[in-house]
Design a protein around this ligand. Structure first.
Ligand SMILES: N[C@@H](CCC[C@H](N)C(=O)O)C(=O)O
Length: 309
């Protein structure tokens, strides 16, 4: 429930063009309904975004009944990324979102250290802000453990693909297509939702399609490089997906018979680095804040009519 009548403040930011509406709501007063999220994320009726990040204290979200309990490793005082997809659905984690969230916390002075914990439904996500200003930041996120759950199939862009089911806190099916050129990957039509196996993915899945680039073989410190596109659950095709990049890196390395390594992946929105260790993954990349502003009362109403004559 929103108790204040002050205008609703927002910010807008993106991580490799995966873009987010940011709503500061430290004491979790906002009633973040599906309607409110979808209007705000709508590119015609609202601000536009692939998703929304509510910035609240973890303990306040528990108090407001948004979270049942504090997730693993998250303290009541930690800033919590209450993430919503553009269709209003809740997702457990968002890798690009954590970078942008950390940048926002640092740039607005909510946090005055370069290393801190961001809470997510998938658990604590420690971040390191290597550099930042009001506009740009370079952030590493410790993404937690990555679990490979076996092979799966999907129909996407008119192709029947096989991939690796990968859990990065949220579910993914990462399909490495050997022999697909970067040009062919870029030309695929990803407008239709992928058809994943409901039994394997009861909560749905994000689907990545990637093609290995020239074998890296340790050159430039990289063990694997790839180009990737993604169709996100609850959103559609996005220009980047942090958890999807980690899933793609894990699937790519798995194809080489490896579980660890350093991977460079390009997506339509830019490039990021992924490092997989025995215990967890690290995602490093940019965050860009593009605006701060306030919403005009009545922004969500859809009851206007054009006058006659
Ligand atoms: N863009 C995100 C992932 C957002 C959540 C995803 N759509 C889901 O429903 O799991 C990222 O950067 O990881």
């Amino acid at each position: 429930m929103r108790v204040s009548t002050a205008p609703l403040r927002f910010a807008k930011g993106h991580g490799t063009q995966n873009d987010f509406v940011i709503l500061p709501d430290p004491t979790a007063d906002l009633d973040l309904t599906v309607d409110l999220v979808t209007v705000l994320c709508d590119r015609q009726r609202g601000l536009g975004g692939d998703g929304l990040l509510r910035v609240a204290r973890a303990g306040a979200l528990v108090g407001a009944g948004v979270l049942d309990a504090l997730p693993d490793g998250v303290a009541a005082d930690d800033w919590f990324m209450d993430y919503r997809n553009a269709d209003g659905s809740i997702a457990e984690m968002c890798g690009n979102g954590v970078r942008v969230f950390a940048h926002y916390c640092r740039a607005t002075g909510l946090v005055d250290a370069d290393e801190f914990v961001v809470g997510s439904r998938a658990g604590a996500r420690p971040v390191t802000v290597h550099s930042f200003d009001a506009s740009l930041a370079d952030v590493t996120v410790a993404m937690g453990p990555v679990r490979l759950d076996g092979a799966g199939t999907v129909t996407l862009a008119g192709r029947d693909l096989t991939g690796e089911a990968v859990d990065v806190g949220n579910p993914h099916l990462a399909c490495v297509v050997d022999g697909l050129s970067a040009r062919e990957l870029a030309a695929l039509d990803l407008s239709a939702a992928p058809d994943v196996d409901d039994e394997q993915f009861p909560r749905g899945a994000n689907v990545e399609i990637l093609t290995p680039l020239v074998a890296a073989d340790g050159r430039d410190g990289l063990d694997y490089t790839a180009a990737l596109r993604v169709y996100e659950r609850g959103v559609g095709e996005t220009r980047s997906c942090g958890t999807g990049l980690v899933a793609g890196a894990a699937a790519g390395l798995h194809g080489l018979g490896r579980a660890t390594g350093v991977v460079g992946i390009t997506v339509p929105g830019g490039a990021v680095g992924v490092r997989l260790t025995d215990s967890e993954a690290f995602l490093r990349g940019p965050s860009r804040l593009v605006a701060h502003g306030e919403l005009i009362d009545g922004f969500a109403a859809d009851d206007y009519r054009v006058g006659r004559g």
